[in-house]
Design a binder for this molecule. Structure first.
Ligand SMILES: NC(=O)C1=CN([C@@H]2O[C@H](COP(=O)(O)OP(=O)(O)OC[C@H]3O[C@@H](n4cnc5c(N)ncnc54)[C@H](O)[C@@H]3O)[C@@H](O)[C@H]2O)C=CC1
Ligand SMILES: O=C(O)CCC(=O)C(=O)O
Length: 447
């Protein structure tokens, strides 16, 4: 079997030699899905996985924009339309200087499996730009978003491809992008998700990824008779996902003791309660400041410059910042300190070494494509509400989100339960996500 996986990866590597993040994401899927394919007669000779690693379409475009001093800049824009076998392409836009074709292809590939797991009819895509929003004025952000959409609009649509937010793209950016789309097309449709509540957005969409990550962890903890109540939780990041993961974990009785950004992490041994979290939300979402400013407001907290929070003793870890932020040594430190559960809010935050260490130790470990699927699932609910021209209440959306996370957990258990009764959530998520897309591709022929 290993020879089959190696031969497959060799072929993928030859075509994508300079795309390390993409190769990492494909390898993780290949390790679990290739043995499954080999065990299922219907996939024999269909080359399904090789077809799935090739994007249906990869668009790259120029994004020129003018700063507040009148200087002209040029960035690169992308949209990867990975797979539309089960629905329109769906996935976020990332604005960050580290964005490359490799990063977006890894995210788009993961999105295909994640969206399939949600049970909703959404294909997978991802896009973005190497534009750095840090330090830019609102007007500069607006001009950039308008320029970006003045090209992207011709490639997307409510039945074709429905982008949303990701790192560096939140409510403000979705507003500017939507405004330009509406103008260029002269139509008001649900072409983006994460919209404001008064112009087509869904309740709970801002909260959904963080809440969903906690709901998924809660489902895993339930299998061991455990809960968040009284647990110490370490969270990385301080953006959208981290903020709402912290909120929900705290509501469930846990004590969240860390948050981070790319400059380091803060450790508040007394816990980041609702008032302190409101300060972080204002700091990050309105003032767009740095996380160390938390310590100016709450001097008993410590700032650890240039460090990640994995050395802090905890019961539960929620990596919610970015890819490859938790390595093999971090995984060992977490487990040595008694961490029993890791639920990924970010996409691929654990390196392969970290992931293998968690799997080997059989602690509760959820890969992002399962545990952070609540965001895109609620985007799917936003699309439904837009089509119906109707709005569900907060309680209705939260109930649907809770059920979807429980269903994803059940799918992982179905496909990931080992002979000894333990659950390999990586294997479960990959195979469950694969089956639905692969079966649709088989039914539709070689297209
Ligand atoms: N927004 C959403 O609905 C979803 C987001 N995700 C994933 O969650 C993660 C976080 O995304 P958002 O919270 O939406 O973005 P955001 O832009 O709101 O926040 C990103 C956070 O990550 C931190 N960060 C970025 N690069 C970092 C680095 N090199 N080291 C340490 N911290 C770093 C930032 O300081 C910030 O706190 C990403 O991996 C994203 O792909 C996954 C599913 C859905
Ligand atoms: O809501 C969406 O469409 C996409 C969210 C996203 O980018 C993700 O799940 O990684």
């Amino acid at each position: 079997m290993q020879a089959k996986i190696d031969a497959f990866m060799e072929e993928v590597r030859a075509r994508n030699a300079h795309e390390p993040e993409f190769l990492q994401a494909v390898q993780e899927v290949a390790e679990t899905v290739i043995p499954y394919i080999a065990s299922q007669e219907i996939y024999n000779g269909k080359n399904i996985l090789l077809r799935m690693v090739e994007p249906e379409r990869a668009i790259q475009f120029r994004v020129p924009w003018v700063d507040d001093k009148g200087e002209i800049h040029v960035n690169r824009g992308y949209r990867i339309q990975m797979n539309s076998a089960i629905g329109p392409y769906k996935g976020g836009l990332r604005f960050h200087p580290t964005v490359t074709m490799s990063v977006l292809k890894f995210l788009a590939f993961e999105q295909v499996f994640k969206n399939s797991l949600t049970t909703l009819p959404m294909g997978g895509g991802k896009g973005g730009s190497d534009f750095d929003p840090k330090g830019k004025s609102d007007d500069e952000i607006m001009r950039f978003c308008h320029s970006f959409m003045s090209e992207l609009f011709r490639h997307i649509g409510p039945n074709t491809d429905v982008p949303a937010g990701d790192i560096g793209v939140g409510g403000r950016e979705i507003g500017f992008l939507f405004g330009m789309y509406r103008k260029m097309r002269n139509e008001f449709t649900g072409v983006l998700t994460g919209k404001g509540l008064s112009w087509g957005g869904s309740k709970i969409r801002p909260e959904a990824t963080g809440y969903g990550t906690v709901y998924f962890a809660q489902n895993m903890l339930d299998t061991k008779g455990e809960s968040f109540d009284g647990k110490t939780v370490v969270i990385s990041g301080s953006g959208n996902v981290a903020q709402y993961a912290a909120e929900k974990a705290t509501q469930l009785g846990a004590k969240v003791v860390t948050l981070s950004d790319s400059s380091g992490f803060i450790y508040d041994k007394d816990g980041i309660d609702a008032d302190k979290l409101a300060f972080v939300m204002e700091l990050k979402n309105v003032k767009r400041g740095r996380i160390h400013e938390y310590c100016d407001k709450y001097p008993s907290a410590e700032f650890h410059k240039g460090k990640t929070p994995w050395g802090i003793k905890c019961d539960i870890a929620l990596p919610c910042a970015t890819q490859n932020e938790l390595n093999g040594d971090d995984a060992k430190t977490l487990m040595d300190n008694g961490c029993m559960c890791v639920s990924e809010g970010a996409n691929m935050p654990s390196t392969p070494e970290a992931m293998h260490a968690f799997q080997k130790a059989k602690i509760l470990f959820a890969p992002g494509k399962a545990s952070n699927a609540g965001g895109v699932a609620t985007s799917g609910l936003e699309m439904t509400q837009n089509s119906l021209r109707f709005n569900w209440t907060r309680a209705e959306v939260d109930e649907k989100l809770t059920q979807i996370m429980a269903d994803i957990h059940a799918s992982c258990v179905e496909y990931g339960t080992e002979d000894d009764g333990s659950v390999d959530y990586v294997k479960g998520a990959n195979i469950a996500g694969f089956v639905k897309v692969a079966d649709a591709m088989l039914a539709q022929g070689v297209v």
